[in-house]
Design a protein around this ligand. Structure first.
Ligand code: TA6
Length: 307
């Protein structure tokens, strides 16, 4: 399998396939500005490392790497539902525990690299969700990490689908983190009987946080202490989830280190809650998230300071 993937989709010294943890196949992308890793299991991005800026994504060192479990950390794809609408259904849908196939790899002049993976309906997915679909995940690796999740409705009936690029960002220390860009928005508080509450100012995290922010088409910035900030741009999404499990929930998850909450925050580009999308037959809905590490202060990019 690995030899076939390299023969068909490998790009010399830029994109290669190998067996990762749990002997699950993964792609390694070596772009000029950054490196990244994506497992075919769940089309799951597990690493994005912009040269000079360190690893942008948080990964649990206790994660499972099994075909029947989601990987903990990186960017799980939640689709076609967010949360667990029925107790017998898998939390966050089935996309993150499915085996995706590589359909394309390419280089760009800018000079980023791109890989596209696809998941189409099967007997197994139709057991859980009786609809035909074609899901494509495009990952573009350059100065930014850009992910585009597109759903084509290949059936005859409209589809109602939720989605989340459930991104775990690595931070130096949660005590110094501030999340900006949500001021004045309302959020559903999943820890307080789904009460809808207003967000005043920037969000600091000193307890468990599990919130779905509504009417949030805008960019969000994670200020990660004095060192760096992470700019998150998005499209096709009007809801944003912020999650940190804090002490008790970290300890309760077998695949999550007890102190993991100190160095991670999830800021998720979603179609969740009333932002569920109806996709007409033959139509496509795309949700996009683009993330960039920048210095905590000063010009967005040294090169831009000169221009
Ligand atoms: O995005 C936040 C959330 O919905 C939390 O409620 C928590 O369940 C988290 O996702 C992780 O879910 P998982 O199924 O990956 O353990």
């Amino acid at each position: 399998m690995i030899d076939d993937l390299n023969l068909q989709f490998g790009i010399d010294k830029k994109i290669a396939f190998t067996l990762g943890n749990g002997d699950l196949p993964k792609a390694i992308l070596l772009a000029e500005d950054a490196t990244a890793e994506i497992y075919l299991h769940g089309a799951h991005v597990t690493s994005f490392h912009r040269h000079g800026w360190g690893e942008m994504l948080w990964m649990s060192d206790e994660s499972n790497f099994r075909t029947d479990r989601p990987i903990r950390g990186g960017v799980p794809i939640c689709w076609p539902w967010f949360g667990q609408p029925q107790p017998e259904l898998p939390q966050h849908g089935f996309a993150r525990t499915s085996q995706w196939e590589v359909i394309e790899t390419k280089t760009h002049a800018d000079p980023s690299l791109e890989i596209a993976l696809r998941l189409t309906d099967s007997e197994a997915t139709r057991q859980l969700w009786p609809h035909p679909f074609e899901l494509t995940m495009r990952v573009i690796v350059g100065r930014d990490l850009t992910m585009q999740l597109s759903c084509l409705n290949t059936g005859e009936e409209p589809l109602d689908a939720e989605a989340a690029l459930h991104t775990y960002f690595h931070v130096q220390d949660i005590d110094a983190v501030r999340v900006a860009g949500l001021d004045g928005r309302r959020y559903i508080d999943k820890l307080d009987a789904l009460q809808v509450k207003p967000q005043a100012g920037e969000l600091s995290i000193d307890r468990e946080v599990d919130r779905i922010y509504l009417e949030t088409p805008d960019a969000v910035t994670i200020h990660d202490g004095a060192e760096r900030r992470i700019e998150i741009q998005k499209s096709g999404s009007l809801s944003t989830v912020v999650w940190n499990p804090w002490i008790d929930k970290s300890a309760a998850m077998a695949d999550f280190p007890n102190d993991g909450y100190r160095t991670m925050v999830c800021v998720e580009t979603t179609n969740a809650a009333d932002d569920v999308r109806t996709i007409q037959p033959g139509e496509v809905h795309t949700i996009t998230q683009s993330c960039r590490c920048e210095p905590a202060t000063g010009p967005a990019d040294p090169a831009e300071a000169i221009l």
